[in-house]
Each structure stands twice: as structure tokens, then as C-alpha cells.
Design a protein around this ligand. Structure first.
Ligand code: ES4
Ligand code: ZN
Length: 324
């Protein structure tokens, strides 16, 4: 089965570029940029990836990204991910970035975008992976900060295709960000939103109805609301599910409790993704393997998940056909 999973062509639609920082690169960059990490060794850093919930992860994620400073650093971080994705037969990626975690450190928007974009172009040229970029607002910060971030990014409008919402979910519902998402739509940007990871089904409904989200990131808590499941199935709203993330952040006690198989059986358009791979113990193939083994998914179900990743991507039909 592992060989079957490895050979499947896949798209990855839920991946935070900041969350791809491997400890080895973190120490290299810490040394180069003279920024200190709260760990003495790579092993100590990996050992700290033992989370109680989303917030305990986010605290470490924001602390670790402080070592990524220059355009070259953003390029190297992104290219390292693309090489890994290529090795797992990922043919297309739609990558999140969190500009506020960099502009807060006085790194210009342009530095972040140029570093990531040049790596995406190199990945397309040298590895044949197509990529798009999605700007995420940090929902624990204010709506005004999100608005200001969008204004800082709009001069580089051609470098990203959409906006999303991430960071601490509970207490920061989609309704807090109606105005900035309306402005994003006015600029022709695609809309996605993390919802129903730790938050209730109502946040998924808000993301759809108030922000006009085209895709829901995670969305697993929809399973508590049968009417919402029915709606998501009828409308074929893509859900970018991240199984290892959900278990490592204690959304489910173990993989056998993960609802992804039931979600497929309910007719939902589910995809498998890695979220923040080094932090959660695996890239996309390890996520596929983990759910296949725990839930005894069939080859047909694995094919469906991989197909869904392409049909849920922000690609034209012609672009999808080339990749499928
Ligand atoms: C994140 Cl809400 C969430 N989940 C996983 N990774 C993240 N990075 C930033 N926000
Ligand atoms: Zn995420």
C-alpha cells in the first residue's frame, strides 16, 4: 500500500510554508542570522513537538520562524519543501503564508513574497511542480491588522491567488473578518478559511455564508451537525483535512477515531494534506499511510482522495486535466 500511495499523483492544498521549517534548517539559519532558538540541539527541538492543543503548537511555530529573515531564507525554506513534495509525487501545491508573523519583525512584505515566489518559479522550472500562494490572516490579531496586511500585499497582487484565515480559532470566528474578506473578493482573490479544526460547526457556516469561502481548511467538526454535512456534500465544498495534525493537536485521541473515512462515505469532497509536516510527523504520503492503516481505506478511497485534491485546486479544467 505504501508504494501505491507514493505512486499516486497528488496535489497539496493545506500547507503552511512557515510550518515546513525542519529543525536542521532552523539551526543553520539561527547561526547565520544570529538569532537564538529556545533549544540547544536539533534533537531537543524535535522533542518539543509534543502538543496539548492548537495553541501550544502555535506558540512554538511563531518562536521558531524568527530565524527566517532574508529573501534568500524564504527562498531556501520554500525550495526545501518543494523538493520534499516532488519526492512524494506531489504535482501541484497551494501554499499558505502568514505575512503578519514576518512584518511584525520588520521584514517587508516584498522580501517575504519575492523569496517564496522565486522558489515557486524554480520548482516549476526544475521539478515540474506547479504552485500557487494564499495569504493567510492571523485571526488572533485584529481585523484592522488584517486590513492593513491586505493593503500591504495588494501592490504584489499577481504573486498570490487567494486569502485565508489561520491561527487560534476558538474566540476568533470568521464573522470578525467580514470586511477584509469582502475587500479581497473585490480584488478577485479566492477565499479559503480554517474552520471547524477546534472550533464549532457554526464557524464553518460563518466561513461559507459571511466570508464566501470556496474551500474549508480542516472542517472536521462538521461531523457534529448532520444538516451541515448534507449541505457540504450537496455543494461539494472541498475540505482540506490534515489527519496527523488533528491527532498531534489532540483533536482526536488517535487515528482510529479520525472521521475521514466517514466523511468520504457521507459524500464530502475531502482531501489529505500535511499542514505543518515536521511539527506533526509527516508530509503528505505519511498522512495517507496513517489514515489508510488506521481506517483500512481501500485503493478506491485513496484514489478518490487524490482525485479530490486536483478537482479542489484553484486550477482551470484544462490545467486539472494536464495533472490528472
Ligand atoms: C495554523 Cl490554525 C493552524 N493550524 C495549523 N497550522 C497553522 N499555522 C498557522 N495557523
Ligand atoms: Zn492549517
Amino acid at each position: 500500500m505504501d508504494d501505491f500511495i507514493a505512486a499516486l499523483p497528488k496535489a497539496e492544498l493545506h500547507l503552511h510554508i512557515e510550518g515546513t521549517l525542519e529543525p536542521e534548517l532552523a539551526f543553520q539559519l539561527a547561526d547565520k542570522n544570529q538569532v537564538s532558538l529556545p533549544f540547544a540541539t536539533v534533537a531537543e527541538m524535535r522533542a518539543a513537538y509534543d502538543f496539548q492543543d492548537l495553541q501550544s503548537f502555535l506558540d512554538l511555530y511563531y518562536a521558531s520562524i524568527s530565524v527566517v529573515c532574508t529573501e534568500e531564507d524564504f527562498h531556501d525554506l520554500t525550495l526545501a519543501y518543494l523538493k520534499k513534495a516532488d519526492s512524494q509525487n506531489v504535482r501541484h501545491t497551494e501554499i499558505f503564508f502568514d505575512p503578519q508573523s514576518h512584518t511584525a519583525r520588520d521584514i517587508p512584505m516584498e522580501t517575504v513574497l519575492n523569496g517564496i515566489t522565486s522558489a515557486l518559479k524554480q520548482g516549476e522550472r526544475e521539478l515540474g511542480i506547479s504552485s500557487r500562494l494564499i495569504l493567510c490572516f492571523l485571526r488572533h490579531l485584529s481585523a484592522d491588522s488584517a486590513w492593513e496586511t491586505l493593503q500591504q500585499a495588494l501592490p504584489f497582487r499577481e504573486q498570490f491567488i487567494g486569502v485565508g484565515l489561520d491561527s487560534s480559532e476558538v474566540g476568533h470566528p470568521p464573522s470578525k473578518f467580514v470586511k477584509v474578506f469582502e475587500e479581497a473578493r473585490r480584488n478577485g482573490l479566492h477565499i479559503v478559511c480554517h474552520a471547524g479544526e477546534e472550533g464549532p460547526p457554526e464557524y464553518i457556516t460563518e466561513a461559507l455564508d459571511l466570508l464566501h469561502a470556496e474551500r474549508i481548511d480542516h472542517g472536521v467538526h462538521c461531523m457534529e451537525d448532520p444538516a451541515l454535512v448534507e449541505r457540504l456534500a450537496v455543494e461539494q465544498i472541498p475540505l482540506t483535512v490534515c489527519p496527523l495534525s488533528n491527532v498531534r493537536l489532540c483533536v482526536y485521541p488517535d487515528m482510529s477515531q479520525h472521521p475521514i473515512k466517514r466523511m468520504l462515505e457521507a459524500g464530502l469532497r475531502v482531501t489529505v494534506n500535511s499542514d505543518d509536516p515536521p511539527y506533526f510527523g509527516g508530509y503528505v504520503n505519511e498522512n495517507f499511510t496513517a489514515v489508510q492503516q488506521a481506517l483500512d481505506l481501500s485503493r478506491q478511497e485513496l484514489i478518490q482522495l487524490a482525485r479530490n485534491s486536483f478537482t479542489s485546486a484553484f486550477l482551470t479544467d484544462a490545467e486539472q486535466q494536464k495533472l490528472l
